[in-house]
Design a protein around this ligand. Sequence first.
Ligand code: 1CP
Length: 353
Amino acid sequence: AATQPNLAEPHDALADSPFLRAARGLEPAHTPVWFMRQAGRSLPEYRALREGIGMLESCMRADLVTEITLQPVRRYGVDAAIFFSDIVLPLKAVGVDLDIVAGVGPVVARPVRTLADVEAIEDLTPDHVPFITQAVRELVSELGATPLIGFAGAPFTVASYLVEGGPSKEHAKTKAMMFGAPDVWDALMRKIAGIAAAYLEVQVAAGASAVQLFDSWAGALSPADYEKYVMPHSAGVLARAGELGVPRIHFGVGTGELLGHMARAGADVVGVDWRVPLSDGIARAEGRVVQGNLDPTLVFAPTEVMTARAAEILDAGRAAPGHIFNLGHGVIPSTDPDQLHRLTDFVHEHSAR
Ligand code: 1CP
């Protein structure tokens, strides 16, 4: 009977995947590895496919989303796929006038400044994003035992694009609203949190088996301000994601002083950037699984320098309840894909149990 095909088998293979076992604090066969921004400009096959097609358009075509998401999985043999989209895509889907400009990033035509601006933004329903449901379903069937990570932008980081109107270093207008117009801020954060949670629900309903909440720019905040103005809203998103029964990863950049708060906001897995030694990240993550944290520029060093650093991170990761290997932030577009392939193989070999 053991040799008979069993309907439960594909599901079990997925649940037993190194990524999902590590995310749940169970011993995996090897330390799982994936790379933030593993799809995208570093891959020649991505650049070829995107030729003449805008970023937002490619995010709204299920066939392109599926193919782009699969490209790094095929090439590297990473332990998870991340859904190809962008943190501002759900805003576009509910009608916010924005574009993703090549070489710049998200640009919002009419930045949000008033309560009326906030109230004009629609809440997200599955009907706004049928291409997401379709792409996730296709991906999950193609990926088999490789988990698909769904994702959304966290309220603070998404608010920064809406309020500034585009990428920003200081987030000055955003923080001016946060400090000076708490009623507008609260309404905006609630609005974005609702959209993010609904967006994650669509992805999980269609088969995503984990979610990552990207609060890339939360490191611009002090712990006290994070706790007061941001954490309750991120916690709301993570609580709704928790009801879906999938592991929740919470990540930001420059968040060394915030890792405890980000854990307590409702993370199962805490993302650690490369500025924090992983052993410190583990202590600050208060018993959570950790993800990270190789400096993304180390791929430009000789392979043996890169792998020696990866070995240190893998060894440090053993002190955590679980460790998912990743870069400390996204893949830099000029990265040589062959280096990431060697890195993936090294992580698997060095960590094989
Ligand atoms: O496989 C993958 O990981 C790629 C999927 C992906 C993800 C997870 C993209 C495609 N964007 C994102 C999330 C995202 N988008 C974040 C959070 C992750 C992070 O911190 O890196 C952020 C902050 C954005 C906003 C954004 N979109 C930027 C950053 C601008 C800034 O403020 O500095 C940029 C450049 C984009 C455009 C974008 N998104 C994704 C790609 C491949 C691109 C490049 C555009 C293109 O190829 O034309």
